[in-house]
Design a protein around this ligand. Structure first.
Ligand code: AMP
Length: 378
């Protein structure tokens, strides 16, 4: 099957106008595309980049159809969109990634089962649908994390437990019909790989990013990760294999755990741009946002080698507790850029922006974002 390139001037539809949609919309605009966005929030971050914004909830399939009408390509920045809305959009314009791929990824339990049945390496887990079974799973797995199958992100919808009674209480408190209980792993390093893939199967994997999370939320990420050549190629091959098996068109972020013994496990997947690759705007010839536009428009994929080490540090809502931070302090650090998402309201844990820095080495890039971040907190 041939895939004609979508020419600049055509309209790209985005399911989701948060920061990922906003940064992808910027890249689409740079390439000369028109942008239409659907988001439940009227003042969503992508609004000011879009030619048109539709404000509607995710389960409004008619709004998804309106978004897709007249678009040459539709993509998404969030996977938790009801299947009926995805199907409504896909009937009217090519949706990348496909309904099937998003359906597999959007539910943690379904995603785990799919990864396991396709032979991808996972830590021990149980899929549970009631408190008793959750308690039994904790009795078997020991120290665990109970995660709701749908809707949880950035550490939300997750409870860490040690005893079966805590597991039962966690299931009740999460109020989710299905949860995944994961044995608590002894993680040495967290890595991620970003795969970009076109409809004709041409794919590239970015070099791994090394990531540090606090309370389940990404704190900082740096590239190159420092993984040795064998781990690096193992991680990239794993991510490319998952992308191919899922038939991803667009981007697939694969979060990985490296255990103390050096073995590699898949943590989770995201079929869209990813927080851990925000440094791609600094480190690679092609940012993840531009790459997504290229992939879904059947254009040549861009180079993904590291031309300059880079790092990012997230800016969460708590930093705004005493008013807007003095960003001049961060910008005074060499190599640092401030990226703000234009969110009007700050809440603890809400991603408001990030800092990025380049450096002669990954250590220098990381030092720079860390010291710029510290300067904002003083
Ligand atoms: P997740 O939202 O599932 O990616 O989890 C967020 C973060 O929590 C991960 O990046 C890890 O730092 C930590 N985490 C998640 N699952 C586990 C696990 N099974 N064992 C240990 N730490 C975990």
């Amino acid at each position: 099957m041939t895939h004609a390139p979508v020419p600049p001037g055509a309209t790209i539809g985005f399911l989701g106008g948060g920061q990922l949609g906003r940064m992808t919309a910027m890249a689409a605009r740079t390439l000369g595309y028109e942008v239409r966005v659907l988001d439940p929030e009227r003042d969503c971050p992508a609004r000011y980049l879009a030619n048109e914004t539709i404000t509607a909830p995710w389960d409004d399939a008619d709004a998804a159809a309106r978004l897709a009408t007249g678009c040459a390509a539709v993509t998404l920045e969030i996977e938790q969109i009801p299947r009926a809305s995805l199907e409504a959009a896909a009937k009217l314009a090519p949706l990348s990634p496909s309904v099937e791929a998003v359906y597999v990824v959007q539910d943690r339990a379904r995603q785990k089962a799919w990864l396991g049945s396709n032979g991808f390496p996972l830590g021990p887990f149980r899929i549970v649908g009631d408190a008793t079974t959750t308690g039994d799973a904790v009795a078997t797995l020991g120290k665990s994390i109970v995660k709701s199958a749908m809707g949880g992100y950035d550490g939300r919808g997750q409870v860490r437990v040690t005893r079966p009674d805590e597991g039962r209480a966690a299931f009740e408190s999460l109020r989710a019909p299905v949860c995944v209980v994961e044995g608590f792993l002894d993680i040495a390093t967290e890595l991620s790989v970003l795969v970009a893939r076109r409809a004709d199967g041409v794919a590239v994997a970015y070099p791994t990013s090394r990531n540090v999370h606090t309370g389940g939320v990404l704190t900082w990420a740096v590239t190159p990760s420092g993984a040795d050549a064998s781990l690096e190629s193992q991680a990239q091959a794993l991510a490319l294999g998952i992308g191919e098996q899922l038939g991803i068109v667009g981007l697939l972020a694969v979060e990985l755990f490296v255990l103390q013994d050096g073995s590699l496990l898949v943590n989770e997947l995201a079929p869209r741009p990813h927080n851990t690759f925000h440094h791609s705007e600094r480190a690679h010839p092609t940012s993840q946002f531009e790459q997504l536009v290229r992939a879904i428009c059947h254009l040549p994929l861009g180079a993904v080698d590291v031309v300059r080490p880079a790092a990012i540090h997230n800016l969460l809502g708590e930093l705004w507790q005493r008013g807007a931070p003095d960003f001049g302090k961060a910008l005074a650090v060499p190599g640092v850029r401030v990226h703000l998402y234009g969110k009007k309201e700050s809440r603890p844990g809400r991603k408001m922006g990030h800092l990025s820095a380049d450096g002669a080495t990954p250590e220098e890039a990381l030092d720079r974002v860390l010291s710029a971040y510290r300067a904002l907190t003083i």
